[in-house]
Ligand binder design. Structure first.
Ligand code: MN
Length: 505
């Protein structure tokens, strides 16, 4: 996944009033800034200079061209000089790509001893960008505003976070997600309106019979499955009892069965051009075991995944994989599984029945085969590992009837207090921000799901930008969260979204 194939267009607003000489300088300065942003390691996409905008027609044409350019993830706009914003209305009304408004100035310092009106007239973003901001606000359009000197690392990092969010958004447009089976029976939070989701997010979700997958799984030859099982042996630590002479040696054939499922799944997903999928243990007819190792390895290859038919989380995991491209740290499907409620040291153990992405593994994962007390199938293979200490976050996407809500909790992954030799699944152990009691209370007040996208690479800022692009509700539980304030935010948002889109059912 190489985000450098994508482009953000650098667009400078101006007008003809200044004359050709000034406009030439404006263009030269803009090119210099676009080149610097393009070269910045903080910005993962190409930054492409576009001609300085001086007429309503040119602005409208540019917005239409951006809409139609598949590789264009959005615009970075800036008004070095004054660009009367009525010129922008028609274009912005048509623009369907994300925008970051860079509020900067070409010249860093005021030249105190020599400043004159020529300097003032060239470096007037201080008011030119205010006119530009007004029209965005007046048209009630979301955009990210990044203020500061363009060479500063923090400014470039903010643009980089936006570019990652915009890249994930571009990836969702037209994306296809596949569900094998339906929702886990009677579960509420994993349900949702797939029509509303497609209209809002741009991706489609469709169900496929598990029998169609089984056909491809059964078509995998013993030789192909055996070859992949050999790859497993090379890539992972193999549990001692699975080695020849070990008491679970016969389970090795379950690993070969897992390889067969992986190859069948890969073929199915490639055939259908899917970017992610869901499974459910309640619908496995014809499969020997619940897919465990296969979703783990497919997630490591950037497929979105969630269990129990949870298509919203599968899509979210995919989006987070795109945001995280090229960064240190992994991203996985996750579930808040069990608690450690020691006074003064409360912790959450996150895991799932099987399907945690090895991109978050600390050290070499161990390939193991254990019974699964659910689903009534053969013992599934899975990778078992711990997650390295450090900052991370959990994000959940819920359907509230009249809107989607994205909920984020910043956490600190810690080393588990002791080894867990009897726990046969991958896991992460974390402390919540601002603290266990407040984080959990807020999460539950917000109706946050038990399934999440967990990431050591994606930041709250990227998700904030993503929510703004999608124009959905965002709630953040972090070090600054206060429960009473959070409850008020929920109450106020209910009213705000009610006024915006009509009261939901
Ligand atoms: Mn689950």
């Amino acid at each position: 996944m190489n985000l450098k194939q994508l482009e953000a267009w650098f667009v400078t607003g101006s007008q003809h009033l200044y004359g050709p000489q000034t406009l030439k300088s404006v263009a030269a300065h803009s090119q210099e800034i676009a080149r610097a942003l393009n070269a910045s390691s903080a910005i993962p996409v190409k930054v492409v200079f576009k001609p300085v905008m001086t007429t309503p027609d040119a602005i409208t044409e540019l917005c239409q061209a951006a809409n139609n350019a598949r590789g264009c993830i959005g615009l970075v706009t800036w008004c070095h000089t004054f660009s009367p914003s009525k010129m922008w209305i028609n274009g912005l009304q048509q623009l369907r790509k994300p925008v970051a408004h860079l509020h900067t100035q070409y010249n860093r310092d005021i030249p105190w001893s020599t400043i004159d009106m020529d300097f003032m007239n060239m470096n007037q973003a201080a008011h030119g960008d205010r006119e530009h901001g007004f029209i965005w606000s007046r048209l009630r359009k979301n955009r990210k505003v990044v203020a500061g000197f363009w060479q500063e690392q923090t400014v470039q990092q903010k643009l980089g976070a936006w570019a990652r969010a915009a890249a994930a958004w571009a990836d969702w447009q037209g994306a296809r997600f596949c569900r094998f089976g339906d929702n886990m029976r009677e579960v509420a939070v994993t349900e949702g309106d797939k029509v509303a989701a497609q209209a809002r997010f741009g991706f489609s979700v469709n169900g496929h019979g598990v029998g169609d997958l089984v056909k491809l799984v059964n078509a995998v030859s013993d030789k192909e499955a055996g070859a992949l099982a050999k790859e497993y042996e090379a890539a992972y630590a193999i549990a001692a009892d699975l080695r020849p002479g070990g008491k679970r040696y016969k389970s090795v054939r379950e690993a070969a069965e897992a390889a067969r499922i992986e190859l069948g799944l890969r073929a199915f997903l490639a055939d259908g051009n899917f970017k992610g999928f869901t499974t459910t243990f309640e619908d496995l007819h014809g499969l020997a075991q619940l897919p465990g190792l296969a979703p783990q390895r497919l997630m490591a290859d950037n497929y979105g995944f969630a269990a129990e038919g949870d298509w919203k989380t599968a899509a979210l995991v995919r989006a987070m994989k795109v945001m995280a491209a090229g960064l240190d740290g992994g991203t996985s499907f996750m579930e808040d599984y069990t608690y450690h409620l020691e006074p003064g040291n409360p912790l959450v153990l996150g895991a799932h029945m099987l399907e945690i992405c090895p991109s978050i593994a600390e050290g070499q994962p161990s390939l193991e085969v254990h019974p699964l007390g659910i689903g009534g199938k053969a013992d599934p293979a899975r990778l078992v590992f711990n997650t390295g200490a450090g900052p991370a976050l959990n994000a959940a996407l819920m359907d509230f009837g009249n809107r989607f809500r994205l909920l984020v909790n910043e956490v600190e992954v810690v080393a588990p207090g002791c080894p867990m030799p009897r726990l046969p699944v991958a896991r992460a152990v974390w402390k919540c921000q601002p603290n266990f009691a407040d984080a959990c209370a807020c999460w539950i007040y917000a109706g946050g799901a038990h399934h999440t996208g967990f990431s050591q690479a994606v930041t709250t800022e990227m998700l904030e930008d993503f929510a703004a692009i999608a124009d959905i509700e965002l709630l953040v539980i972090d070090a600054d969260t206060n429960v009473r304030q959070f409850k008020n935010e929920l109450r106020w948002n209910e009213t705000a979204y009610g006024l915006k889109s009509g009261w939901g059912s």
